[in-house]
Design a protein around this ligand. Structure first.
Ligand SMILES: Cc1cc2nc3c(=O)[nH]c(=O)nc-3n(C[C@H](O)[C@H](O)[C@H](O)COP(=O)(O)OP(=O)(O)OC[C@H]3O[C@@H](n4cnc5c(N)ncnc54)[C@H](O)[C@@H]3O)c2cc1C
Length: 645
């Protein structure tokens, strides 16, 4: 028998288990396998998707866009294992009843499953049910000779019993121990201690008896200190903000009602604080698009393809690449091509050139050249149909207001226009652009992983600008959340501070002060929330296992450098370093461990997510398959006489 431990059984750990078992089924002569699945939270769902959280917390993806199963699109060596999307599962599961962890859960989840459509944004609790079913189904499909043992426990240490080539002893919080031949870490998002700037703010808050909430998983934070009526400055307008907004308003008893003019009206419970929100953009993420392309699915990638990325990697052998000079022209062309394709095929009355001609000429003109602008102007007469990424990305850039109320009115107008536009198929070219951003996400990791970019460009342009733009444009909240934000603003619960908001801790008044260069208003408050997920940090992790491994030098924290070839730029990403092809854990000196593997959100292997839209050749699925095959090969190669007994 070979024994394996998977530590962390969220969707990623379960995805790896699925790939291990699917690949094992294709190796009938393999030895029997015992898999120990270790997580204090329910396997499949894990911490993020646990049932025990507010029923108001929603999945940020539509039910039709969530699958945990591999389909034919996934380019991998192992066998695909198709299965239902969340939408399909809900439709099948609803008639028989969906079970939750307790009796009252079942009818509520069954009712939600029955009303779920492809464009629903299901509750995180329904996703919990889908993911726990997924885990059970993966185990049910296991080939003969496989035994899966679940430990509802936390791993606190992994020891080499007889050197790195020997048995791995996993120690659990309960005191139990599990001896295995190899270990896979899929620990996902981890809490960490505040870093330098956050520590300063926390100390300031403690010294002046005010409140500071550092970056955290909003659903897990005690928000009681954000008392009714209290002024709270909130830095960040992305998804962590949306969770915060829900937990401080509707979850405190406020209610939304539709009014006759079609707007939502918020009826406060009186338990809400007043939120002064701002960010660099000064506006929230764009609402999710909930309709289909009119011009059919584009054949992506077109310009930023694996062939072109291979050329980039080749070119980087001569000199390191710069994102804006070398990569963006391909990505920009990809995004623009998909945008104008949908405009031309979905709305032919707004384009006065056959699309075949347009795309041929578009491929020939130099990126961002006057010739390109002229071609677009010739083909698309209405300037409001022209794509401008900078304008989309920073809608308030460079603007100034003499009156803060006018600024707020313009932000309200912007959000109203966004909600209307994202629901209006006349603007379906936006969906073409969206599809291209997803395609880019599939190929850009190749360029990053090959270390073709200068470190500065990779950190500032890819991890910085591109991810920010992608999150803002393509990973925004359900449209209903923006309607709620507008209702909260009308009710006076939310106020907008403006773009490029900065927050100072004023030692004279002992309070936080927020300003925006676009606005004459100064906001003073005795509470500050940094509404964003904590940045990864092996060194500051609160996870006992990560701490223990790091303290012994058994894991390393990724430090990106130019290796002496560039401008000396150095960046500590905070990720646990793994060997990119095998996913083997690298120790503090960069040596791969033969028996330890790690994947997912807190590793240097890239932010691949855990579940994906069907048919998109998702990176996480490819990585899971590749890692599963390496692990199985490694287990098969272990001599029987050194096996765990
Ligand atoms: C608040 C939030 C909302 C999100 N919403 C969406 C969304 O709507 N759509 C989307 O596509 N993505 C969303 N994501 C992205 C998220 O990354 C994935 O959905 C997914 O949960 C990642 O899966 P994972 O298994 O890698 O990590 P996690 O889900 O974090 O699971 C990791 C597991 O490891 C366990 N673990 C950690 N340390 C130990 C230890 N020492 N011993 C044992 N077990 C341990 C944890 O308990 C946890 O269960 C969201 C993320 C967050 C944080």
């Amino acid at each position: 028998v070979r024994r394996l431990a998977i530590i962390g059984a969220g969707p990623r750990g379960t995805g790896i288990l699925e790939r291990l078992l699917a690949n094992l089924a294709a190796r009938p002569s393999a030895a029997p396998l015992e898999v120990h699945v270790i997580d204090p939270y329910p396997p499949g769902a894990g911490r993020v998707w646990r049932y025990d959280q507010s029923p108001l917390m929603l999945l940020n993806s539509m039910a039709r866009d969530v699958t945990v199963w591999t389909d034919q699109s996934v380019k991998m060596d192992g066998p695909a294992a198709p299965g239902p999307t969340l939408e399909e599962w809900a439709r099948r599961a609803a008639p028989g009843g969906v079970t939750g962890p307790d009796r009252p859960a079942a009818p509520v989840l069954s009712a939600e499953a029955a009303s779920t459509t492809g464009i629903s944004f299901p509750s995180r609790r329904l996703q919990h049910a889908y993911l726990t079913w997924y885990f059970a189904e993966v185990v049910r499909r296991a080939p003969a000779g496989v035994d899966v043992v679940v430990h509802a426990d936390r791993a606190v240490a992994v020891d080499d019993l007889a050197g790195p080539d020997g048995t791995q002893l996993v120690r659990l919080e309960s005191g139990a121990e599990v001896a295995v031949d190899a270990v896979i870490l899929s620990l996902g998002h981890l809490d960490r201690d505040p870093d330098g700037a956050e520590e300063v703010l926390a100390d300031f808050a403690a010294a002046h008896d005010v409140v500071y909430v550092p970056p955290s998983y909003t659903a897990d934070v005690d928000l009681a200190a954000l008392a009714p009526g209290r002024d709270v400055i909130v830095r960040g307008m992305g998804l962590a903000f949306v969770d915060l907004m829900v937990l401080l308003t509707e979850a405190r008893g406020g209610r939304y009602r539709d009014s006759d003019d079609g707007r939502l009206v918020y009826h406060p419970s009186g338990c809400e604080p007043r939120l002064w929100i701002g960010s660099r953009r000064g506006v929230p993420y764009r609402a999710k698009l909930t309709y289909d392309l009119l011009g059919g699915r584009p054949d992506l990638p077109r310009h930023f393809s694996p062939e072109r990325t291979a050329e980039l990697v080749e070119a980087a052998r001569k000199r390191p690449l710069d994102f804006w000079t070398d990569v963006w022209p391909l990505i920009g062309r990809e995004l623009s091509w998909a945008y104008y394709r949908e405009l031309a095929l979905g709305h032919p009355d707004r384009v006065r050139m056959a699309f075949a001609d347009f795309e041929r000429r578009f491929a020939e003109v130099e990126w961002a050249s006057p010739a390109m602008a002229a071609l677009v102007a010739e083909a698309v007469p209405d300037p409001s149909d022209h794509l401008s990424i900078p304008r989309l990305d920073r809608p308030l850039a460079g603007r100034r207001w003499d009156d803060a109320d006018d600024l707020e009115a313009d932000i309200v107008g912007h959000i109203e226009a966004d909600v209307a536009r994202r629901a209006d198929t006349r603007h379906s070219a936006d969906l073409g652009l969206f599809a291209a951003t997803l395609s880019v996400m599939g190929n850009l990791p190749r360029v990053v992983a090959s270390r073709s970019l200068t470190t500065r460009s990779r950190v500032e342009d890819v991890d910085g600008w591109w991810w920010s733009f992608f999150s803002y444009y393509s990973s925004g909240p359900p449209p209903e959340r923006l309607r709620q934000l507008l209702a909260l603003h009308r009710a006076g619960v939310v106020r907008f501070v403006g773009p490029d908001m900065t927050v100072e801790a004023d030692p004279h008044t002992g309070r936080f002060v927020a300003t925006s260069p676009a606005s004459p208003r100064t906001v003073t408050a005795d509470a500050l929330v940094d509404a964003r997920l904590p940045k990864a940090s092996v060194g500051r992790s609160q996870d006992p296992l990560v701490r223990a491994l790091h303290a012994r030098g058994d894991i390393g924290e990724e430090v990106l450098t130019d290796g002496g070839t560039g401008d000396g730029f150095r960046y500590r990403s905070g990720y646990l370093t793994v060997q990119p092809k095998t996913m083997q854990v690298l120790d503090g000196a960069g040596r791969p461990h033969p028996r330890r593997f790690a994947l997912g959100a807190n590793t240097s292997s890239g932010r691949g997510g855990a579940f994906a839209r069907p048919g998109t050749n998702a990176l996480a699925f490819r990585q899971n398959d590749a890692a599963a095959r390496v692990v199985l090969d490694r287990l098969a190669a272990i001599d029987d006489d050194v096996l765990v007994d």
